[in-house]
Design a protein around this ligand. Structure first.
Ligand SMILES: Nc1ncnc2c1ncn2[C@@H]1O[C@H](COP(=O)(O)OP(=O)(O)OP(=O)(O)O)[C@@H](O)[C@H]1O
Ligand SMILES: [Mg+2]
Length: 643
């Protein structure tokens, strides 16, 4: 303290400090008597210890650790004890009438006499009441906040400045399947952000760190059990002192299911709107054409002979127009249907000759008609026209030849299927499936195929009404139509017509529906590129008790196979995007895991698939759409096969 040597009266400095420092100050003698206190001390404790007070004999001081503190200071140490709560009014023998409950932190240090021995102990009392109260309040607030965050139905995540997880709530655990402890300090890439989405997410992070206020995004994410889900994100940057970027607060919601439902609804609403429009136009046109044709009919025999060919030409054109209008009416479900009990096999067989002639020699036709087919209820002429339209579409898709498979079968569409296909009521149907080995449809074409006037054929070749007519006819008949197609591989169109049931059959039906499906607890790897279908299948398998891992494509499967995740069964589509077929996938899988069993599925019928050489006879195959029982039975049966 050389700087202080210029001060004439160090005692004045001490006295000043003593009077004005914001900490309580007290000095004890070696035998425990308090000999000096400063004003702040008296403020904290509401007064001075009474005359004769001896700390070493004070029970409360002993409890609070003060005696121990004094003893240690006498031994030469400087000691601080942690803050404690103290209320001078509770202390009878101190006799303090006023005062308040305070939190005090005490530091004691020794003072030595001229002989160098410790003669007194100085004690500094710091009032930390405000700090402790604030801390407690913060703690309570944090606890409340955490409780709210955990009860929130929205995923809430915090990233630190390096974009590592610093927090995530219970909803996030439910969405992604990871507990917070599993992701703490980890980066989202490879964890919940799939490779394809990384550049975009990186861009979002960068913008937020650079000061963008908030960013909303919809992105694909991965879950712990390998599912791909669609999430809605709302990200906000966090800034600390001096505007330093400290991380991101992200809210997220799993919108996979909602999105799929909306998409289906949009599609069906669009078709309804287009149907109404088409129907209105067609209806007016029909009236016009009736007048036109009627008048031309009247005129044709009465005009000069040289005009007759012209009138006949006009008549032919008008009649073609009328045929078009009929198809439009079919789509808009305004045609008159004559529903009759129908043996679909009979209808198909009756058209075989005509189809062979129409399709030519380059197209091989195979018929597979079910021998125990139910009776259908539908308009015969419309069924024939649908089959012809499908066959012609197939021929057009197989310009270089190929194979057409026509099948009939009984089908039961269950509640699960109905839930995933708008406007289908669950129940028994008679199905007609037409498969070809042609060029197939891209996702884009598939999405629009049922729309009237949608055609990819050159002008003059297609009107784009074939499938839309079948769609309208199916709907109007309380049936259903579904296309399954893969560009470059082929197409299957399935037309479901309602089954004609007798009263007894209807009464017997529920008993069969209640049949329990047998599940299991094995692990199944579900490979399917269509997120909707994948969620549906996985959900059903999980319901049956199985553990399910999901994968959307070959690379994902590869990764899962290379891990040491136990897998008992591979459930895969026969045709997958990206070149690899399900069969190749299974073969690759078996080089790593020789005992792995496989069930193949496809929207194509088994017959068309086996004969395209995409599958061997005898492998486990399940045709889409399948019922829960079919799925349960096929999976169980395959798992139980001797390896
Ligand atoms: N079997 C199939 N294989 C591949 N693509 C098909 C098949 N069937 C239909 N498509 C696609 O769907 C579109 C619509 O078919 P749709 O039958 O409604 O009309 P179209 O055949 O083009 O004309 P139209 O049947 O009125 O003469 C076709 O243009 C084609 O792109
Ligand atoms: Mg067509």
């Amino acid at each position: 303290m050389a700087e202080l040597s210029g001060i004439a009266d160090p005692a004045a400095l001490l006295a000043g400090l003593f009077a004005h420092v914001p900490v309580g100050f007290q000095i004890y003698t070696a035998d425990g008597y308090s000999v000096l206190t400063n004003p702040k001390f008296r403020e904290i404790f509401g007064g001075e210890p009474p005359p004769g007070y001896n700390a070493l004999r004070d029970e409360q001081a002993a409890q609070l650790g003060v005696i121990d503190l004094i003893r240690r200071a006498f031994a030469g140490e400087t000691v601080t004890i942690p803050a404690f709560w103290y209320d001078p009014r509770d202390v009878r023998h101190v006799h303090v009438a006023e005062g308040r409950r305070v939190a005090i932190e005490i530091t004691a240090f020794p003072l030595r006499g001229r002989d160098g021995r410790v003669s007194h102990v100085a004690m500094v009392h710091k009032d930390v009441t405000a700090d402790l109260l604030a801390q407690a309040e913060r703690g309570a607030l944090t606890a409340r906040l955490e409780m709210m965050l955990d009860r929130m139905p929205i995923g809430c995540l915090l990233y630190d400045a390096e974009f590592r997880f610093a927090y995530w709530n219970k909803a996030a655990e439910r969405i992604f399947g990871y507990r917070f402890e599993e992701v703490r300090g980890r980066h989202p890439f490879g964890l919940i952000t799939p490779t394809a989405a990384q550049p975009r997410v990186e861009g979002i992070f960068r913008e937020l760190a650079a000061g963008r206020r908030e960013i909303d995004a919809i992105a694909e994410n991965m879950t712990k059990d390998g599912r791909t889900i669609l999430c809605e994100w709302h990200d906000m940057p966090l800034f600390g002192a001096e505007n330093r970027f400290t991380g991101i607060l992200a809210m997220c919601q799993d919108v996979t299911e909602r999105h799929a439902t909306e998409e289906r609804l949009r599609q069906s609403e669009k078709m309804n709107a287009v149907g109404q429009l088409t129907g209105g136009v067609a209806h007016d046109f029909n009236n016009l054409l009736t007048v036109v044709i009627g008048n031309l009919d009247l005129a044709v025999d009465r005009v000069q002979p040289e005009l007759q060919p012209a009138i006949e030409g006009a008549l032919r054109a008008a009649e073609r127009g009328a045929a078009l209008v009929r198809q439009m009416l079919a789509f808009s479900r305004r045609q008159t249907l004559i529903s009759e009990t129908l043996d679909l096999n009979h209808v198909v067989a009756g058209m075989e000759q005509m189809l062979r002639r129409t399709l030519g020699e380059d197209v091989e036709i195979e018929m597979r008609l079910s021998s125990s087919l139910w009776v259908a209820l539908a308009d015969r002429a419309q069924v024939e026209s649908a089959l012809l339209n499908l066959a012609i579409n197939a021929r057009d898709a197989m310009a270089a030849g190929g194979k057409l498979t026509i099948e009939t079968d009984n089908a039961h569409l269950d509640a699960d299927y109905a839930a995933h296909n708008t406007e289908v009521s669950p129940g028994d149907y008679v199905a007609l499936a037409v498969s070809d080995t042609g060029i197939g449809m891209t996702a884009e074409v598939l999405q629009h195929a049922f729309e009237p006037f949608f055609t990819t054929k050159e002008v003059g070749k297609g009107t784009g009404l074939g499938l839309s007519m079948i769609y309208g006819f199916a709907k109007q008949s309380q049936g259903h139509v579904k296309i399954y197609s893969e560009a470059g591989h082929g197409t299957t169109v399935r037309l479901y017509l309602p089954r004609k049931t007798t009263a007894e059959e209807r009464a017997a039906a529920p008993a069969r529906a209640e049949r329990r499906s047998e599940g299991g607890s094995e692990t199944i790897l579900v490979v399917e590129d269509d997120a909707d279908v994948r969620a549906f299948v996985s959900g059903q398998l999980r319901d049956l008790g199985y553990r399910v891992i999901e994968a959307a494509d070959g690379p994902q499967v590869q990764r899962i196979l290379e891990s040491d995740e136990p897998i008992d069964l591979l459930f895969t589509d026969v045709v997958m995007p990206g070149g690899m077929t399900g069969r190749q996938l299974a073969e690759t899988a078996r080089t790593r895991r020789p005992a792995l069993k496989a069930v193949f599925t496809s929207g194509y019928t088994e017959n068309s698939i086996v004969h395209q050489g995409k599958l061997d006879r005898g492998v486990s195959f399940l045709a889409k759409p399948f019922r829960r029982q079919d799925l349960a039975a096929k999976v169980r049966e395959t798992l139980d096969e001797p390896g």
